[in-house]
Structures are given as C-alpha cells and as structure tokens.
Design a binder for this molecule. Structure first.
Ligand code: PMP
Length: 360
C-alpha cells in the first residue's frame, strides 16, 4: 500500500525517509543485535543516540551554551504546570497572552500555581488575530511572560516575538518548533510536545536558559523540578528512548534537507499555496487575519457546511486524510508540518478546485 497524505494535527506525519531508516534499524541497531527499544538507557549505545540527537538539535536551532535541552515526558500539558512550579514558586505573578484554545489551557493550569495576569488577548476577536506588541500590558514584576506562538486549533501564529525586557519569555512551541530558524536568546523557556514537528508522541522538548533552573517550589514532586532533569541529563527516570531516537532521526533528516532556513522557504511556500487557494474562491474561507496566519495549521470552512462530509469522504478516497477540523471549530484543518511534502499540498489544492467546480 502506498502512503497517504496525512494532514493530522498530531500525532502527525513523519518523514518517510525517517520511517524507512527506523525500519532498517528496527531489529539490529548498528550491529548491536538489539532494537533501540530494547536498550538500556544508560548503555553506551543509547547514550550515543541521545547525545547525537541533542548535538543535532543544538546545531539546527543554534542553541547557545547557556541553554539546557531536556528530553522529558508528560507532553506540553505538563509544561503548563512545570513552568509556574519552577519560575513562580511562592505564588509569584506571571503574565499570559491569550490567543486561543492552547493559551487558555496554559492559563487555567497557571492559575493553580501562580497569580495570572492576562497581559493581552484576542478573545474579543474570537481568536482570529494576535495582540500587537503595543497592546500588551506587561507587568515589570512578572516572573515570566507565557505565550503560544502558534495556536494549533485556531491556526493563528504570531508574526513577531513579544519584547519582554528582563522578564523571561516562555513559549509553547508545540506546533511550530523547527518550522523555521529561531533566535533562542529571545526566550527563557521553549517547550514542545514532540508529536507534530519533532517525532512521535511521548517526548517533550524543553529548551531552558540555565539561570532559570534551580528555583522550583521545594514542596513539589522532584519530577516537576527542571533541576532534577538537568542534573541527570534527562535520565532521572527512564526516558522515552524510542521517541528520543526517532526525534534524532528527524533532526538528521532536517540537516540533510538543508536545515531550518530551507524548511522556512518550503513551509512558507506550502502555506501560501493553500491560503491563496482559499482566498481565491468564495467557496472556501479562513477567518484569520492575514498577518498572523499559521504556516503549520490551516483551518478552512466550506460556504455550505452540508458539503463537509462529502468533501472529507472524497478527499479520503484519493489519499488526502485527516482533514476534519477540530471538534471545537468544525470545518476542515490541514496541518502541513515539515514532513508534509509540497506535493501533498499541491494535491489538496487541486482537489479543492475540482470539488468546488463540481459543487459550487
Ligand atoms: N500546546 C499546543 C500548542 C498544542 O498543539 C498541544 C497539542 N495539540 C498541546 C499544547 C498539548 O500537548 P500534549 O498533548 O503534548 O500535552
């Protein structure tokens, strides 16, 4: 069976080359006679896999030496708690920017552990835009500023990095990390669940400035203290070894493809093609302001929602899968992460035009 074009928001498509390589190495990794899944995380084989993954990620993102990279579990959802536990111990205040469903979840969790101030929100615009820098009401005494650079459900992406002065900026990059180059120095913490642009579910990346580690609330479990993981090279407990290995293969793949500059070119082209198709027709619509449309998650609706089911069924028949929008918004959503080939976007755009011709 040939592979489909999988537009899932996550777990999402992985590069086919990575899967083929994992298959080749499945039962006997580099002559070790073992699958990576069967290795001790403390053995020399897995240690070499873990170190190479970190080195490649550091190369790709240009991560400075004063930042630690942690390979954790618990998903981005655990980071909603770990951030305040580590940065706002004693119930300090923290600024949050609210741009949609994932911001809201971070805020709800933050409220259990810190004094949350909403420093900016686009709720009144139904989350179809991002607040501008001038609109942000940041507090000088905030322990950190939290924001969601890319809202996976709403398809809203900041086109700028909020300027927060000396207050550390914390970014939930679950659905945008590795889509383009970043200046890591602008952030205190970047975290991301892996299952979109990094690798399989089960792994959570945390890139954290060193001086932000070591201040956790001592009443909290040690597993929620970044220092525990830093001091033990992310091996305090058994890490998600296979996901870590596959993420490493994805990092190698990205380097072979020309790195994040090249990804940015391809991703911007892919997104432009899809938004042009949507904007060029009265049959399809996307409500997000042009300046903050996501490169990774493209929601769109049909003028006649009664055609939704037919659209999805016909798309599926020709191998364009998982296009159904999030249950909270309906319509369609095409997630077009790094692993979605440009040919997949072309096929979707062609199908959309054809479907419109037959049904408009
Ligand atoms: N933040 C964002 C932006 C997400 O897209 C998601 C997952 N869709 C999450 C957080 C939650 O991630 P996890 O399931 O890894 O906890």
């Amino acid at each position: 069976m040939s592979r489909i074009y999988n537009f899932s928001a996550g777990p999402a498509a992985l590069p086919e080359e990575v899967l083929v390589r994992a298959r080749e190495e499945m039962t006997d990794w580099h002559g070790s006679g073992m699958s990576v899944m069967e290795m001790s995380h403390r053995g020399k084989e897995f240690m070499s896999i873990a170190e190479k993954a970190e080195t490649d990620l550091r190369d790709l993102l240009g991560i400075p030496d004063n930042y630690k990279v942690l390979f954790l579990q618990g998903g981005a959802s655990s980071q909603f708690a770990m951030v305040p536990i580590n940065l706002a111990a004693g119930g300090k205040s923290a600024d949050y920017i609210n741009t949609g469903a994932w911001s809201k979840k971070a805020i709800a969790e933050g409220k259990h552990l810190a004094q949350v101030n909403i420093a900016g929100t686009s709720e009144a615009q139904n989350f179809t835009t991002t607040p501008t820098q001038d609109e942000l009401k940041l507090s000088a005494d905030a322990a950190y500023v939290h924001y969601t650079p890319n809202e996976t459900i709403g398809g809203v992406e900041f086109s700028y990095v909020p300027e927060t002065g000396d207050v550390p900026l914390v970014a939930d990059m679950s659905s945008t990390i590795l889509s383009r180059p970043l200046d890591i120095n602008q952030y205190g913490i970047i975290y991301a669940g892996a299952q979109k642009n990094v690798g399989p579910a089960g792994l959570t990346l945390v890139i954290i400035r060193e001086d932000l580690i070591g201040n956790a609330d001592p009443a909290m479990p040690v597993m929620f203290d970044y220092k525990t993981h830093m001091d033990n090279d992310s091996m305090y407990n058994t890490p998600p070894t296979y996901s870590w290995y596959l993420a490493g293969l994805v990092f190698e793949w990205l380097k072979e493809k020309g790195g994040l500059e090249e990804m940015a070119h391809i991703n911007s082209r892919k997104a432009n093609k899809l938004y042009s198709a949507i904007d060029g027709s009265d049959f399809y619509a996307n409500p997000v302001d042009e300046h903050c449309r996501s490169w990774m998650n493209v929601p769109f609706t049909l003028a006649n929602p009664e055609l939704d089911a037919q659209f999805l069924a016909e798309a599926s028949e020709i191998g364009l899968k998982t296009l159904k929008g999030h249950r909270s918004v309906g319509g369609m959503r095409a997630s077009i992460y790094n692993a979605m080939p440009e040919a997949g976007v072309d096929a979707l755009v062609d199908f959309m035009a054809d479907f419109e011709k037959r049904n408009a």
